[in-house]
Design a protein around this ligand. Structure first.
Ligand code: E4P
Length: 216
């Protein structure tokens, strides 16, 4: 399953028109880069309007009470659609657990290891996010982490879905899915790279030329 990793409503709409996307993820860094000073609520409402499935919105408060009140505010925008992205940590686990108890969809994020994601899954999180590119930046292969995590979730019957983000190359997508990710969230430029293969372009050009040049 693929999600779109973007804060740009027009980009989200363009990818949803392909019929391949089931959700959207955002984070404060891509929001700052792509949407600058735009209003968060207006941007998320615009994304909700052009998509279906969960739209992850990340918390940025520094303490537990702030995180919970921020979560309640975002959740109210679209209770069935907004998924609260909770930064991983001790406080993050408490917040994720409190939200899960209230049946609020959660995406525990910024995780790099099996142990972190396993702890997040035990809270009842809807998604547990592993950051492929950031793990690979440190010289480690992310695939065994995804494989072990998938085996453990299946073994214990835990309901969390493994969401792999921080996708830098088209090949990261197939690697993550092959390793057992339930969902990969992909930036639109990489989704567009997934379209291309030189032999596909060649085959289509050959077929169209043959059709145009056929004998009458
Ligand atoms: C997705 O949910 C993440 O926020 C995102 O993919 C992180 O990507 P980055 O490592 O390129 O910042």
């Amino acid at each position: 399953m693929l999600f779109v990793d973007s804060t740009v409503p027009a980009e989200v709409a363009a990818i949803y028109a392909w019929g391949v996307a089931s959700g959207v993820t955002t984070n404060p860094l891509i929001f700052a880069r792509e949407s600058g000073a735009a209003d968060l609520e207006a941007t998320i409402r615009a994304i909700l309007g052009v998509s279906h499935g969960h739209v992850s919105v990340e918390l940025t408060s520094e303490d537990e009470a702030g995180l919970l009140s921020e979560a309640r505010r975002y959740h109210a925008w679209a209770p069935d659609r907004v998924c609260i992205k909770v930064p991983f940590g001790e406080v993050g686990l408490r917040v994720a657990h409190a939200l899960a108890r209230d049946h609020v969809a959660t995406n525990v994020t910024c995780m790099m290891s099996f142990n972190q994601a396993y702890l997040a899954a035990l809270t009842g999180a809807t998604y547990v996010s592993i950051f492929s590119g950031r793990v690979r930046d440190t010289g480690y292969d992310v695939r065994p982490t995804i494989q072990k995590l998938r085996l453990q979730l299946d073994r214990e019957g835990l309901g969390s879905r493994i969401l792999v983000g921080s996708i830098r190359h088209a090949m990261d997508v197939s690697d993550a899915l092959e390793a057992g990710a339930h969902v990969v969230t992909v930036p639109p430029p990489i989704l567009r790279k997934m379209l291309h293969h030189p032999k596909t372009d060649e085959a289509i050009a050959e077929f169209n030329a043959a059709w145009r040049n056929r004998a009458e």
